[in-house]
Design a protein around this ligand. Structure first.
Ligand code: AMP
Length: 497
């Protein structure tokens, strides 16, 4: 169901901003949520980033705030009246930017506070007075404790991406923040799923909420070519090199399931000659913005990221997406590959599947309602895999001799070959590294570890994936495998704000 914004009787400044954004009709979540939020009722909305959710809550909030809009310059006349909480810095920043655009023709003020940045500029903004405050929970508590943010006049609170906030462990922070707010208020909660934890949160903090659900994304664009390759954990980097080379791909997102795995993979690929940046929750805001900008400018080719860090990122389209780790949630698969093949462009989504991923691949198959065929990658060379998988070995062999004609050097040149398909770039090699430097780097000193531990060998055997077979027909993982995966958190385990 879609309908026109003109049916809403939005105030002129908001209608003008919406028209300027080029929105023609409302998205389903907007059509359902805006009229309800305009009445001031609590809402529990199941909607994900990319559905137009931000406008769905911020336009009606701004409309209601406009009733007491004032042009006074006194900070006291601009108390925080609406609070929007989000799990990550990127999401907070993006939502704040959108709100600023919708509010640009009003006198309402808005700002954003999140961790990883100096408190001072944020404090200055808060002291000027803002009606709409967008924040991540941890940093907001810092500002509350420093008495920079006073929340006793908040009329509206939005808990956005609530499931992610709980996953990350923000519940105690949320409880504290909510305890500072007036009881008489409107509370809007948005979450990708209504898990029992989310329902509990809602029953504690929402009053007679109206539930709004829009279709979950379970469809993948037909413009995305989805390939599932069988690759042991030791073969996955080699597989990435091979696919990049054979398909002539210049830029891609590579998704991994953990922060640790993210940093490690990025460093490994960088050492292997690819321009790579890592994007995960432990990166400072500055580092993240730089990585994003470098990717947008084409200075970085591979953005290795976790789901949390990538969620809602404003990068419209990439030629390819790799799932280095199969995601724990099938819905994350749809999100991840939705980064490519947008707006009719063709895209490639490559998922690297190891023996212990059977259950996860089965979940994806169920969600996208498509049979997944597992393929084997054909490598250009049949050198022993450890030589290719481990650039350090190639380097060590080369370093044994200074003679460029030595066997080591020859091997080194050969080992680099798959890494040189790109135009106009000096390929990296391993000659720049000295043995001492390498052994002192604790990462380099041990082999690459996959970000998620494999199932025990016996279970792995139970879930063995034969190459080129229909997965569902061949894999019946034991319950133990499922239990193992349940125990692993789907999101980054530490606080990000
Ligand atoms: P969101 O789900 O709020 O992150 O929004 C995703 C993207 O959709 C943003 O770039 C919005 O600017 C855009 N958007 C939101 N509402 C509409 C609409 N009604 N028509 C077209 N684009 C929209």
């Amino acid at each position: 169901m879609t309908s026109s914004f003109s049916n809403l009787s939005l105030a002129e400044p908001l209608a003008r901003a919406v028209a300027e954004m080029g929105y023609e009709s409302m998205t389903p979540i907007q059509a359902q949520a805006i009229p309800v939020v305009l009445t001031g009722q609590d809402v529990m909305g199941a909607a994900q980033t990319g559905t137009g959710k931000t406008a769905a809550f911020s336009l009606p909030l701004l409309q209601r705030l406009l009733k007491h809009e004032n042009s006074s310059t006194s900070p006291a006349r601009h108390p925080v009246r609406a609070l929007v909480l989000l799990p990550t810095r990127e999401l907070a920043d993006q939502v704040a930017q959108q709100i600023a655009l919708y509010a640009k023709y009003t006198k309402l003020r808005s700002t954003v506070v999140f961790g990883g940045m100096d408190m001072k500029p944020q404090t200055l903004e808060l002291k000027k007075g803002v009606e709409v405050l967008v924040a991540t929970p941890g940093r907001l508590l810092d500002h509350i404790e420093a008495k920079n943010a006073v929340l006793n006049q908040v009329e509206y609170v939005v808990l956005d991406e609530a499931d992610r906030m709980l996953d990350i462990g923000f519940l105690p922070d949320l409880q504290r923040i909510l305890s500072y707010l007036p009881k008489q208020r409107t509370t809007l909660l948005f979450s990708a799923t209504f898990s029992p934890e989310i329902k509990r949160l809602a029953s504690s903090y929402l009053q007679n909420p109206i539930t709004i659900e829009v279709a979950r994304p379970n469809e993948t664009a037909s413009t995305v070519e989805q390939r599932f390759y069988s690759a042991g954990d030791d073969d996955k980097r080699r597989a990435i090199h091979q696919v990049l080379k054979t398909r002539g791909i210049k830029q891609a997102f590579i998704f991994v399931n953990s922060k640790l795995g993210c940093g490690r993979l990025a460093r490994s690929l960088e050492r292997e000659g690819l321009k790579t940046a890592a994007l995960h929750g432990d990166k400072s805001q500055d580092e993240r913005l730089k990585a994003l900008e470098a990717f947008k400018q084409g200075e970085v080719d591979l953005l290795v990221c976790t789901d949390v860090a990538a969620r809602g990122l404003d990068i419209k389209d990439v030629p390819a997406v790799f799932n280095f780790d199969v995601p724990f949630n099938a819905e994350d698969y749809v999100h991840r590959i939705g980064r490519t093949g947008r707006a009719g462009a063709s895209g490639l989504a490559v998922t690297l599947v190891s023996g212990s991923d059977a259950r996860l691949v089965g979940d994806i198959e169920k969600l996208i309602k498509k049979k997944i065929e597992l393929e084997a990658i054909e490598y250009d060379d049949d050198r022993p895999k450890e030589r290719i998988n481990d650039g350090r070995r190639a380097w060590r062999e080369g370093a044994d001799s200074n003679d460029p004609r030595s066997a080591g050097s020859a091997h080194r040149r050969e080992a680099r070959e798959p890494r040189e398909p790109r135009e106009g770039r000096e390929p990296r090699d391993y000659r720049g590294f000295r043995p001492a430097t390498v052994s002192r780097d604790p990462f380099f000193a041990k082999p690459y570890e996959p970000s998620v531990s494999d199932a025990a060998p016996a279970w792995e055997a139970a879930a063995k994936v034969p190459a080129r077979s229909g997965i569902s027909a061949n894999i019946k993982p034991k319950r133990k495998v499922a239990a193992l995966f349940k125990a692993v958190p789907a999101t980054e385990p530490t606080s990000q704000s």
